[in-house]
Design a protein around this ligand. Structure first.
Ligand code: PHB
Length: 388
């Protein structure tokens, strides 16, 4: 009898140890290579959240484990996700900068009993690939639709679209075109570029020749966006008066010092500006900049990572640290809070974030620094690509 009790106790302690002490979160993102700054911002957002909220949920210590996928690479992403689940025993998978990296992992979630919290990847369909996906970032559809009306309202009715030829680019093109037509404007030509494109000079000539009054662009933030905006200026499109409209990916804050006056006046719609004026954002920016070490490096993946950790903490709380992916996801359906970006909610039907989308203009502050100035708010926007 004594031995049976001892064995039962040992099993309880061991079983307890499996979930009660440390809850591991595996984060996949680009931490080296051309997009390393975007991954660094995932980490800064996570560090900021843990600096402001501690590393414990109840009795459970939260531990974050990082894995590097430098460029969109679905096979590498999937194998690292499997390694995180099997070898590291992570209870949550998070991060995912590029859509293909997120898509590749959705098929393993159910069997692994692990929720995925997408902190960037912005193709609408990702959340439909598994009931265990929650997204705290944005979609390109969500950010592209509002700027079409802005263009038409400003008298720019003929627009050419330029997007990267993969999920978020195609979604951006579709959402922009649909909203443009609804507002009485016209897309005169649509260009899709390979994801690897870094030389945009030839495209600028095509834009000039198209007869469009303005351009709309989506490219993934990083070297391509910096090169695109530079080319727009250097090839004379800006001087020729072709108005630039885009998603905020094109004018991320960390690129603005390198762009200088070239970016002034560009209009974008986006869910987050580092300059957003709220007490929540001030606290966030201070903590995230401290984590980065260089304040100028702060850009948007940080805020989705910060809010992603908020969602994961709520999931850990709801499950008492036990591994129950469906219970964890169910617990955050309808969760609402005030993010550094403004009020947000996890839509209970789509598991994607509802948020304000802001119209911003690249502006120069009195001290000579460049920033995205918020000038209009489109409140509580869901994803037009996910409407039921
Ligand atoms: C994506 O691959 O979904 C993606 C990457 C970078 C962005 C936006 C979307 O800036």
């Amino acid at each position: 009898m004594k031995r049976i009790i001892a064995a039962a106790l040992a099993a309880m302690v061991m079983g307890g140890a499996a979930y009660a002490d440390t809850v591991k979160v595996g984060v996949i993102g680009p931490f080296s290579g051309p997009f390393a700054l975007q991954g660094k911002n995932f980490k800064a957002g996570i560090d900021a959240y843990m600096a402001l909220n501690g590393n414990k949920v109840g009795d459970h210590t939260v531990e974050v484990i990082y894995r590097d996928v430098p460029q969109a690479d679905p096979a590498q992403s999937k194998s690292l996700a499997q390694e995180l689940v099997v070898k590291e025993g992570v209870q949550y998978l998070a991060g995912f900068y590029f859509t293909p990296d997120a898509m590749a992992v959705t098929p393993i979630l159910k069997q692994a009993n692990v929720p995925m919290v997408v902190m960037n990847a912005a193709t609408s369909a990702i959340v439909t690939k598994s009931p265990l996906v929650v997204r705290t970032s944005f979609t390109t559809a969500q950010n592209s639709a509002p700027i079409a009306k802005v263009a038409v309202d400003r008298g720019v009715k003929k627009v050419i679209t330029i997007v990267s030829d993969y999920g978020p680019g195609v979604d951006a093109e579709t959402a922009f075109k649909t909203a443009m037509q609804a507002a009485g404007g016209e897309v005169v030509e649509s260009i899709r570029l390979p994801l690897s494109t870094n030389d945009f000079n030839p495209i600028m000539q095509r834009i000039k020749d198209s007869g469009a009054q303005g351009l709309f662009a989506f490219l993934p933030s990083g070297p391509p966006t910096l090169a695109f905006v530079k080319a727009y200026n250097e090839t004379g499109l800006k001087a020729a008066g072709i108005q630039f409209f885009g998603t905020g990916d094109l004018t991320q804050e960390s690129d603005l010092p390198a762009l200088g006056d070239a970016a002034l006046g560009i209009l974008t719609t986006f869910h987050y500006a580092v300059s957003h004026d709220s007490p929540e954002n001030k606290a966030f920016v201070a903590a995230a900049q401290k984590a980065l070490g260089d304040a100028k490096e702060l850009t948007f993946p940080s805020v989705s990572a910060f809010d992603g950790m908020h969602v994961i903490y709520k999931m850990i709380e709801a499950t008492g640290g036990k591994q129950d992916a469906q219970k964890a996801v169910d617990a955050v359906k309808g969760l609402a809070w005030v993010s550094p970006r403004g009020p947000v909610m996890i839509d209970p039907d789509t598991r994607h974030i509802t948020e304000n989308i802001y119209l911003r203009e690249v502006s120069k502050a009195a001290d000579g620094t460049y920033y995205n100035k918020e000038i209009q708010t489109f409140e509580k926007q869901g994803d037009p690509g996910l409407k039921k």
